[in-house]
Design a protein around this ligand. Structure first.
Ligand SMILES: CC(C)(COP(=O)(O)OP(=O)(O)OC[C@H]1O[C@@H](n2cnc3c(N)ncnc32)[C@H](O)[C@@H]1OP(=O)(O)O)[C@@H](O)C(=O)NCCC(=O)NCCSC(=O)CCC(=O)c1ccccc1C(=O)O
Length: 337
C-alpha cells in the first residue's frame, strides 16, 4: 500500500497536470491545495508539539488615537488592535467610494502604520477595506489634479508612493485581507503587503492605462516579480480584471477563502506567524525585499544585522571601552569560520 509521502507526491503530480490543462477562469480553487495538508500528514512531531492555533473569535478594540494637530479623530480609516493578541487591523473606511484613497486617507494610514510599527505589542498588521465590495479602488479620481491627488486647499502629490515604501520597510508582517475589488492603486497596495488573503468575491486588476495613470515603481516591478514579466505586461497593457482563483493561480495572492471565512482565516494566519520568532521574521522580510529594494533594501537588512550585533558582548565591549577611555579587548571573541 502506498505511504502518505507517495500519495502526497502523486497528488502533486496530478495537480500540476490538472492545473495546466484546465483553462484559467474555470478553476474554482487551486487543485493542489485541496488534500495535501490533511489530518494524517499533520500528524508529525512538530504538529504534536505545537498543535493548532487557537480558533477563538478575535475581539477588536479601537486603537488609541494617534493623530496630530487639528485632526482629533481618524476619518478615513478605522484603526484597531486585538484584545489580548498582538494583531493590529487598519481598515480603509470609504466604502461609498469603493475605499478609494484621498490624500487624507493616505496620511491617516501612514500614521496608523507608524503606530503599529512602534507598538512592541503588535506583531502582525492586517490591512483591509470596509465592507465586502472593495478592498480599495485606488486613488480618488475626483481629487486628481495635474500635480497628483489633492485634498481641498492642499497641494497635489502622489503620497501613496510613500505609504508603499513604508509598508515595505516596516519590519513586521503586513497581510492584505481582500474582499471585493483591489484595483488600480488599491491593487498595488495589496501587492506591496507581505501576504494577501482573498475572499472568493475578490477581483484584482490595474486600470491605469484606462484612466490615464500608471505606476512605474513598485506597481510594475513587484508585479513582475509576483506573476512574471509576461503576465505583468498583460495586466497593465490590457487592464483586465481577474478573479480570486485566477489571481491565486498566477501567484498574485496566497490563498482564497469563502467570503464569510475571510477574517477568521486571516486571523489564523496571523496567529501562526505570531508563534514564530519575531526576529527571524523581521530579518526574513528584510532579506526577501533586499534585492528588489536595492540600496534601501540592503539598508534594512544591514540595519537588522547591526541591531542584532548591538545585543552581543562583543559590541558591548567596544562601547564600554570607549566610555571607559581604554582600548577595547576583542581577543576573547571568536573569529568564526
Ligand atoms: C472599483 C469599481 C470596479 C467598482 O465598480 P462598482 O461596484 O460598479 O461601483 P461604482 O458604481 O463604479 O462605484 C461606486 C462609487 O464609488 C466611486 N468610485 C469608485 N472608485 C473610485 C475611485 N477610484 N475614485 C473616485 N471614485 C470612485 C464611483 O464613482 C461611485 O460613485 P457614485 O457617486 O456612487 O457614482 C469601479 O468603481 C472602478 O472602476 N473604479 C475606478 C478604479 C480606478 O480606475 N481607480 C484609479 C486607478 S489610478 C490610481 O489608483 C492611481 C493611484 C496613485 O496614486 C498612483 C499614481 C501614480 C503612481 C502610483 C500610484 C499608486 O497608487 O501606486
Amino acid at each position: 500500500m502506498a505511504d502518505s509521502k507517495e500519495l502526497g507526491s502523486a497528488n502533486r503530480r496530478i495537480s500540476a497536470v490538472t492545473n495546466h490543462l484546465i483553462p484559467v477562469g474555470l478553476i474554482p480553487t487551486r487543485v493542489d491545495s485541496v488534500e495535501l495538508c490533511n489530518a494524517s500528514s499533520m500528524n508529525d512531531n512538530y504538529h504534536k508539539v505545537h498543535g493548532e492555533v487557537p480558533t477563538n473569535e478575535i475581539v477588536w478594540r479601537k486603537a488609541d488615537f494617534v493623530g496630530e494637530g487639528d485632526n482629533k479623530e481618524f476619518v478615513d480609516i478605522i484603526y484597531e488592535k486585538a484584545v489580548g493578541e498582538d494583531i493590529a487591523k487598519i481598515t480603509i473606511n470609504r466604502p461609498e467610494r469603493r475605499n478609494a484613497f484621498r490624500p487624507q486617507t493616505v496620511k491617516e494610514l501612514m500614521r496608523a502604520f507608524n503606530d503599529a510599527r512602534d507598538d512592541s505589542s503588535v506583531g502582525v498588521i492586517i490591512l483591509t477595506g470596509k465592507g465586502t465590495k472593495a478592498f480599495c479602488s485606488g486613488g480618488d479620481q475626483a481629487l486628481r489634479t495635474p500635480d497628483g491627488y489633492a485634498d481641498p486647499k492642499d497641494v497635489g502629490r502622489l503620497n501613496v508612493l510613500d505609504l508603499q515604501v513604508q509598508i515595505r520597510r516596516l519590519p513586521k508582517p503586513i497581510i492584505a485581507m481582500v474582499a471585493g475589488y483591489a484595483v488600480g492603486g488599491g491593487h498595488i497596495l495589496h501587492m506591496v503587503c507581505d501576504l494577501t488573503i482573498a475572499a472568493d468575491n475578490a477581483i484584482f486588476g490595474q486600470t491605469g492605462p484606462k484612466v490615464g495613470s500608471f505606476d512605474a515603481g513598485y506597481g510594475s516591478s513587484i508585479m513582475s516579480r509576483l506573476v512574471g514579466p509576461k503576465k505583468a505586461r498583460e495586466m497593465w497593457f490590457m487592464t483586465r480584471f481577474y478573479t480570486a482563483s485566477e489571481a491565486d493561480k498566477m501567484g498574485l495572492i496566497n490563498t482564497v477563502v469563502p467570503l464569510e471565512d475571510l477574517e477568521k482565516e486571516t486571523v489564523k494566519w496571523c496567529r501562526e506567524i505570531l508563534r514564530n520568532s519575531p526576529t527571524a521574521i523581521r530579518v526574513l522580510k528584510a532579506a526577501l525585499n533586499a534585492v528588489d529594494d536595492g540600496h534601501a533594501g540592503l539598508q534594512g537588512l544591514g540595519g537588522d544585522a547591526t541591531l542584532l550585533f548591538y545585543g552581543t558582548d562583543e559590541a558591548t565591549e567596544g562601547r564600554t571601552a570607549y566610555m571607559q577611555r581604554r582600548p577595547p579587548d576583542f581577543s576573547k571573541f571568536a573569529r568564526r569560520p
